[in-house]
Design a protein around this ligand. Structure first.
Ligand SMILES: C[S@@+](CC[C@H](N)C(=O)[O-])C[C@H]1O[C@@H](n2cnc3c(N)ncnc32)[C@H](O)[C@@H]1O
Length: 202
């Protein structure tokens, strides 16, 4: 989907994604001390806002202006606007990040083909300070056959090998790369989604 299609999707409903942070963002990153954080392809900013409410200075980089407008509104509502910046940009190309060099970069569910995804990870790595943390979570390739929801196209579901290669090429040191199950409540009962999580440091 291009930026215009994402804009249409974001304009079509009040909230496209949950307003809660992703459960793995919380699980892997809750013990970090507040600093500066980039939410790459951050959508409506649910993850960035969770950090902002915990005292972080955050920046959502996104190519959907409609998503960023919602992030701005939510930041105002949550009374954290003074700690939130939004940047309209394609994250597969270089962009100017105001909080860089950042302590943390989060990339949640950027489901794009392996080559542009590797570029996005490489650019993200350049926005981190030495010792900074990169955290990514995606619908895993295995979710296609054995999991609930997510894109139905294999090319946008990264494999662990692709993620390891992209992280290493970006100069990141992989700390954790693993598949995780996520329980999703649906009208027909609980379903299991299969995600892949990458934690790395620069
Ligand atoms: C599945 S949503 C996830 C949003 C958010 N990270 C979250 O977890 O709630 C994917 C997001 O990636 C954005 N996106 C996709 N390709 C992008 C690109 N090349 N540059 C910037 N944003 C992009 C979309 O606009 C969309 O907001």
């Amino acid at each position: 989907m291009d930026a215009q299609e994402w804009d249409e999707r974001y304009r079509a409903s009040e909230t496209v994604w949950s307003i809660e942070p992703n459960q793995f963002v919380v699980e892997y990153l809750r013990d970090l001390r507040p600093g500066t954080m980039l939410d790459i392809a951050g959508g409506e900013g649910r993850n960035a806002l969770w950090f902002a409410r915990r005292g972080w200075a955050v920046e959502v980089v996104e190519f959907s202006a409609a998503a960023l407008a919602k992030f701005d509104d939510r930041a105002e509502f949550d009374r954290v606007k003074d700690r939130c910046v939004s940047t309209l940009a394609d994250v597969t190309e270089d962009y100017h990040a105001l909080v860089a060099p950042a302590n943390l970069a989060v990339m949640a569910y950027l489901q794009i083909p392996a080559e542009p995804l590797a570029r996005a990870i490489a650019v993200a790595a350049t926005k981190l300070r030495e010792g900074g943390t990169f955290f990514g979570v995606w619908h895993a390739r295995e979710n296609l056959e054995h999991g609930w929801g997510g894109p139905r196209e294999a090319s946008v579901l990264p494999t662990m090998d692709e993620l390891r290669g992209a992280a290493t090429a970006a100069g990141l040191t992989v700390v954790t790369l693993e598949q995780r199950e996520r329980v999703v409540a649906t009208p027909d009962g609980d379903r299991v989604a299969r995600d892949v999580v990458l934690l790395a440091t620069r």
